[in-house]
Write a protein that binds this ligand. Structure first.
Ligand SMILES: Cc1cc2nc3c(=O)[nH]c(=O)nc-3n(C[C@H](O)[C@H](O)[C@H](O)COP(=O)(O)O)c2cc1C
Length: 339
């Protein structure tokens, strides 16, 4: 039994998102109340080759625990070998197996969601990793509800994973064919959760505390996983916990609080250095800045400035200009101009 599912707990997971949920962003979400986190997916072959970039993806801070390292691959024996290496290097709290990635590069090598249409191969991967490392750390899995509309098999796959000794399964309520379009199907997630005795974590389109509460009370999931909503609003974990306790939505983070977080995120990313020097890091951060500022007044001008930003001091100037404009008596969207 994973301790974070102990009686009375309903853990909020931060969904793994490649290129997004890096070490810095995970720390932020942890501070805002995310209970469990998973690294971005890493290739088991990259781990075995001791590839430096792959190792960087698996970095985490002690404060982020419980944290799982997510592996993808198609060969159970190689994945078990990679899992052992990761456990030696990093001592994660669990190993998570990716059976949901829709990306062609992964699917064409029979990894990720491709295994959903080959249940014997999926069972071989899961059973091999559990046999290889299950004594040391629990193994969990993340799936989609199926390959496409004609092959929705989450109930079956969840049962197979349970039989293989997997300790919990996260289910994104879309098929591989859907990508990220349409709505997540929580009926299938619920049916899968009811069919097994291991915890199922529901995932897809959770955008508020109310969504968390609805899924908690109306389905059999034992936790939820939040992805894209956290990119714009990492406060969602704190807000959801508040909502679960009080039934009230706290107000959104203030604009000042938002800018403090944006600058802190950039500064921490520069200090970490995963994306290169300051200029490269700020370029890598631009899409994150777009997510953080979505919906802010005068957003168009603001975003036009942010998509050219190359240094932390430039970002701080933009933040200063924006906050001045917001507090000026004549604040209207046309009045915001970046020097
Ligand atoms: C940019 C991006 C990268 C993702 N990378 C991963 C990944 O590395 N591993 C994984 O299991 N899922 C990955 N996902 C899927 C998410 O974990 C999650 O299942 C999906 O976004 C649905 O949840 P949401 O509606 O809360 O965003 C990714 C999603 C996005 C948008």
């Amino acid at each position: 039994m994973l301790p974070w599912f102990a009686k009375g707990q309903f853990p909020l997971y931060l969904a793994p998102m490649a290129g997004i949920t890096d070490r810095v962003f995970r720390s932020i979400c942890k501070e805002f109340g995310a209970d469990v986190m998973v690294t971005e997916f890493v290739s088991s072959e990259g781990i075995i080759r001791r590839d430096d970039r792959t190792r960087k993806y698996t970095e985490f801070d002690e404060a982020q625990r419980p944290v799982g390292v997510q592996l993808f691959g198609a060969d159970g024996r190689r994945m078990a070998e990679a899992a052992k290496k990761i456990i030696d290097w990093k001592r994660p709290d669990f190993i998570d197996l990716n059976f949901g990635c829709p990306v062609n590069k992964v699917v064409s090598k029979n990894g990720g969601s491709s295994l959903l249409r080959n249940c014997p191969a999926l069972a071989e991967v899961a059973a091999s990793v559990v046999a290889g490392v299950g004594e040391q750390v629990p193994v969990t899995g993340k799936i989609r509800i199926g390959w496409d509309n004609s092959m929705i098999n989450a109930v079956e796959v969840t049962g197979i994973l349970e039989d293989c000794g997997v300790a919990a399964v996260s289910i994104h309520g879309r098929t591989r064919a859907q990508g990220y379009s349409g709505e997540a199907d929580w009926e299938i997630i619920d049916a899968s959760a009811r069919a097994v005795s291991i915890p199922v974590i529901g995932n897809g389109d959770i955008n508020s505390g109310h969504d968390v509460e609805r899924r908690k009370t109306q389905t059999a999931v034992q936790g939820v996983m939040i992805g894209r909503a956290a990119m714009q609003n990492p406060w969602i974990f704190r807000d959801a916990k508040h909502y679960l306790q009080t039934g009230q939505h706290p107000g959104p983070a203030s604009v000042t609080e938002r800018w403090q977080l944006i600058t802190r995120h950039c500064k921490d990313a520069i200090d970490w250095g995963r994306y290169g020097n300051e200029c490269r890091t700020m370029m890598a951060m631009r899409s994150r800045l777009m997510a953080y500022t979505k919906g802010l007044p005068a957003g168009k001008r603001l975003r036009a400035a942010l998509c050219r930003v190359e240094s932390l001091s430039e970002l701080e100037d933009i933040a200063g200009d924006y906050l001045n404009y917001r507090t000026s008596a004549t604040a209207n969207d046309d009045a915001f101009a970046v020097a």
